[in-house]
Design a binder for this molecule. Structure first.
Ligand SMILES: C[S@@+](CC[C@H](N)C(=O)[O-])C[C@H]1O[C@@H](n2cnc3c(N)ncnc32)[C@H](O)[C@@H]1O
Length: 301
């Protein structure tokens, strides 16, 4: 089975505007599809660091002396680059979310098709599985997670249903969770996918680590360096969009006397780029992808 088909490959590599002798980061190495294309554009001086927190991704490691795989969470971007004596980079690409491999292997617990342990950790060697997370959560926090990260309708009711079931018998598998939520969905609502998304985001702290990546990426980029991000749900995309526009996660950027934003980025994509019809037909998992790019400029606050 294919590990992962890279999404928006040509466009994302083009937007990275690769300098052949530059230093690049692929923050989400996965099956290495984007990394291979970056390496094709680098000369013998260029270097590429691939991050992936999933131990399964290590088997895709590229046999190329310009490439180093860092099997860790990209929230520690700066720290691990420093260990390799890298203080500045020419570009960074992140293709967020879950790989096809993670969805396809039922033992990982990401899929709403089939059955497996309720895990959902991208790095199963650390943190708490989804089952452990569910066993420790209270009604208020579960309601908040379902509403905010899953945009589920009637989140409080669903949280109560899940916690009542959990109390009578711990929910340990994906099938058990699906059976509990099955009667709850409104007609036409993709309730399974929404609940799984909400839990996955919490278990992997996806928004928190994305924010760290944005902040550290900004610090590490050289002037003229490019930040290229592919996101798969509106919560991610909104953060990327605001950060590229304002140069900060909260609030608006200061303005000069002409009203221009003083931000450390020039927008390369004014609107998000989405896959074309034929890519979606070939790879349906690409359908929710949104690609944005920004360039680091001289202005820093
Ligand atoms: C959509 S896939 C990337 C696929 C890759 N672009 C390719 O061409 O094969 C996302 C990958 O990023 C990894 N990942 C997601 N969040 C991460 C994080 N915070 N730190 C490190 N790796 C992460 C996942 O484990 C997964 O392998």
């Amino acid at each position: 089975m294919t590990y992962h088909n890279p999404v928006l490959l040509e466009k994302s590599i083009e937007l990275l505007a690769i300098k052949p002798d530059g230093i690049y980061v692929d923050a989400t190495f996965g099956g290495g599809g984007h990394s291979k294309s970056i390496l094709e554009k680098l000369n013998s001086e260029g270097r590429l660091f691939g991050f992936d927190q999933d131990p399964d991704a290590e088997k895709n490691k590229l046999d190329d002396e310009r490439f180093i795989l860092i099997p860790h969470n990209f929230e520690h971007l700066r720290r691990f680059l420093k260990l390799h004596n890298v203080k500045k980079i020419d570009g960074i690409l992140a293709d967020l979310g879950v790989s096809s491999h993670q969805f396809d292997v039922m033992d990982r617990g990401f899929s709403i098709r089939g059955d497996g342990p309720l895990d959902m950790r991208m790095n199963p060697r650390t943190g708490h599985s989804a089952a452990e997370w569910l066993s420790a959560i209270d009604e208020y926090s579960l309601t908040h997670a379902l509403a905010t990260y899953g945009e589920v309708s009637r989140p409080k009711k669903l949280a109560q249903v899940i916690l009542n079931a959990q109390e009578s018998s711990p929910i340990l598998t994906t099938r058990e969770l699906l059976n509990v939520i099955e009667p709850h969905g409104r007609r036409g609502e993709k309730v399974f996918a929404k609940v799984f998304q909400a839990i996955r985001i919490c278990v992997n702290r996806e928004l928190e680590v994305l924010e760290k990546l944005l902040e550290e990426g900004r610090e590490l980029l050289l002037t003229g360096g490019r930040f290229v991000m592919i996101s798969y749900h509106s919560l991610e995309d909104r953060r990327v969009k605001v950060y590229f526009r304002e140069g900060q996660l909260i609030g608006e950027a200061p303005r000069d006397e002409f009203g221009n934003r003083l931000t450390p980025f020039k927008l390369i994509t004014r609107k998000a780029i989405i896959p074309e019809e034929n890519e979606i037909l070939k790879n349906p998992r690409s359908r929710s992808a949104k690609l944005r790019a920004a360039e680091k400029t001289e202005i820093t606050k």
